[in-house]
Each structure stands twice: as C-alpha cells, then as structure tokens.
Write a protein that binds this ligand. Structure first.
Ligand code: PLP
Length: 367
C-alpha cells in the first residue's frame, strides 16, 4: 500500500536520537531549547515553545490567549477536529465560516459578518500547507481587536508574501506528527513574538509551576505536562536542517501529479496562489462528478493506493451534531467535502509511484 503520507528518516536522524539517548538528559535538557531556537530562527519570530503534540500546542495557545467559556472563535469547518476540540475543552464556541473553493481555506470575505460581541479570536488553518489570506485577516483582527491564532499544523515551511508561516499570527501552532513537514514522532510547538504569551506557554506546559523569589517551586496556574522530550527534540533539530529540502521534494511530487493529470478533465487539481509558497502537506484532488468520489476512492484502495479524506466538515461529526452550535451555512465546505480526495504525497514518493497512481486514476475514468 502506498500510504498518503510518510516520514523521511535518515542516518543523521538516527544518530541524533542515539546521541541524546546516551546523554544525561532524556527530557527537560538542552535539546528542547535548541530545537525551539531553531524553529524560532527558521520562522523569524522571537519565541517558540515545543509541546508533546500539535493538539497540546493548540490547547496551550488557546489558554495563553485567554480563551474561556462563552468566547466565540471564528474558524474553518475544513480542518482536523483537534482545531476546534481544544476550543470546546475551554468552553469556547467555534463559529464556522465557509471556505474558498480555490484554496479550501477559510474565506476571509466571510469572516466579518460572523463577528459578534463575544468573538475573541480568529483561527485560520493553513489547509494542505497553503497559507490563508493573512493580510486581510490581520486587518479585520486589528479593526475588531481580535487575536489571530493560526493552526499551521500543515504549513511549517510555507511562505506568505515573502514571510514565513509562523510569523503571521499572534500565536502559531505547528505539529510534528510523522506525516507533517518534519517529525518528532509526536510533537508540536507554539510560536509567538509576544513575551507575555511566551511566559504563559512555558508555565502552562509544565504544570503551572514556576520558581518563587527564594528559588522554590510554586504552582501559580492550572497547567499540564505537555513537554516534548529531548529525544524528540534531537530528532526535530536534525529534521529541521532538511525542512527546505523536504518542501522542495514535495513540490517536485506535486509537479509530477500536475503534469501527468493535466489531461484528466474529470478531476480538479489544487491551486497554489501566486503570493504564497505552499508546504504541500497533502495533495487533494476533487472529482467533478460527486458520484465518482466513492467508487474512485475504493478503486484506488483496491489497487494499493492509500487515498484519504481531508476533511469531513467538523460540524458534520456526530459529536458536533449534538452540540448547541450556531452553524451558519457553509455550502462551499459542504460541496468540497463531498468531492475531495487526498492522494499520496511525501518527500520520498517516487516518480514511478506517481505515474502508477495517475495510471490507476485514468484506468478508472477509462482514459
Ligand atoms: C490542522 C490540524 N490541526 C491540529 C492537528 C493536531 O496535531 P497532532 O496530531 O500533532 O496533535 C492536526 C494533526 O493532524 C492537524 O492536521
């Protein structure tokens, strides 16, 4: 089976992990800070706080932003459930805006009408690695005094108008799950330029415990153990050195798909907007005829191709259906979710495999 995503691990990664395993520190040692500095430098921001997963990083970011019960947060329904689950954990309410059908990201022109007195933040999600329209989102946020907390779990390594994703929001969250731009096994991080957020993130990540003026540990906030280990951070540091190469290889795979699928008019290929450079986390095609989605999906699976589905709209999930949420109409997200299918994409996917996948698609359409 050709999986839809996969990590790229080489000898240097193994060496980095082994060296840390043999060192004094398995956790709470120097590698975490080194990894955080590496991430902050790469993205051109002041602070990075590593966490045990992207989900933990989201939870920390929302807490640091002060989100609480009753607050409304505008986001996209085309995301992984973690984006909004961590809002629910805090009693905050996700308010879903419709998506754009060129980028599949939250449609920035639909945000303003969703803003109420209870709105505290906007959570753009850089779906599939493609940055959202941050310029417009930022001017809206400024006008209405809202925070922007970017879920950029798909988009480490992406650029928007010359700036790195990670530097575009008040707080930005990354994930280092194996299918992501770089991996630490499980892992995540929050990036910010604000010292007050940084201090909160550090405190909340480790039980809410800090040193008092006499050097004793005191607990001042209700926190968690969301720490990343040094073993994972060593892997992350080693991976970070290869990030730009990984992204370049992802672009190469996308170019192969574009070339070989250009005459397959039954499907729509994803666009990359000119002002951005996508991290190409996933490659989502859309069938033009809704009826083709399931049979094509099954045909590809039967032929050993690990197609996937990102994402059913969050509000369609059984758990969300039972909640008392204000769901505005999101016809584009609904249409998207009935036509989308994710093809395999990862840095080491070979041209031969891409050709094979495309041939199976063409076989389905009898081309
Ligand atoms: C958009 C998005 N947000 C959050 C997460 C959660 O990240 P993690 O799996 O590292 O907890 C994911 C992971 O798939 C994701 O795709």
């Amino acid at each position: 089976m050709i999986s839809y995503g996969s990590q790229s691990i080489d000898r240097n990664d193994v060496q980095a992990v082994t060296t840390t395993l043999k060192s004094k520190w398995l956790t709470q040692g120097p590698k975490v800070q080194e990894f955080e500095n590496g991430l902050a430098n790469y993205c051109g921001v002041k602070y990075a706080v590593a966490a045990s997963s992207g989900t933990a990083a989201l939870h920390l970011a929302y807490l640091a932003a002060g989100l609480k019960k009753g607050d409304e947060v505008i986001t996209t329904p085309n995301t992984f459930v973690a984006t909004t689950n961590m809002l629910l954990v805090l009693g905050a309410k996700p308010v879903f805006g419709d998506i754009r059908l060129d980028t599949y990201n939250l449609d920035e022109s639909k945000i303003a009408k969703l803003i109420t007195k209870k709105t505290k933040a906007i959570v753009p999600v850089d779906f599939a690695g493609q940055p959202c329209e941050y310029q417009k989102i930022r001017s809206l946020a400024k006008k209405h005094k809202l925070l922007i907390i970017a879920d950029a779990c798909h988009a480490l390594g992406a650029n928007y108008r010359g700036a790195k994703v990670g530097s575009l929001a008040d707080l930005t969250v990354f994930s280092f799950h194996p299918v992501k731009s770089i991996t630490t096994g499980e892992g995540g991080a929050v990036l910010t330029n604000h010292k007050n957020f940084y201090d909160q993130l550090l405190l909340l990540r480790s039980h809410g415990v800090e040193k008092d003026q006499n050097g004793f540990n005191v607990m001042t906030k209700l926190g968690f153990n969301y720490r990343l280990t040094d073993i994972q951070a060593a892997l992350g540091l080693s991976q970070l050195k290869k990030l730009d190469r990984f992204i370049a290889k992802r672009h190469q795979v996308v170019n192969w798909y574009r070339k070989y699928l250009s005459d397959c008019l039954e499907i729509t290929l994803p666009e990359e907007i000119p002002s951005s450079r996508s991290a190409w986390h996933i490659f989502v095609i859309r069938v033009k005829n809704v009826k083709d989605r399931l049979p094509l999906y099954n045909f590809l699976k039967k032929n050993g191709i690990g197609v996937n589905f990102h994402y059913p709209t969050v509000y369609s999930q059984p758990y969300y259906q039972k909640l008392d949420l204000k769901i505005t109409n999101c016809p584009k997200a609904d249409h998207y979710s009935q036509t989308a299918m994710t093809l395999p994409l990862y840095p080491n996917l070979t041209q031969t495999k891409v050709k094979y996948i495309v041939n199976v698609i063409k076989q389905y359409y009898r081309l």
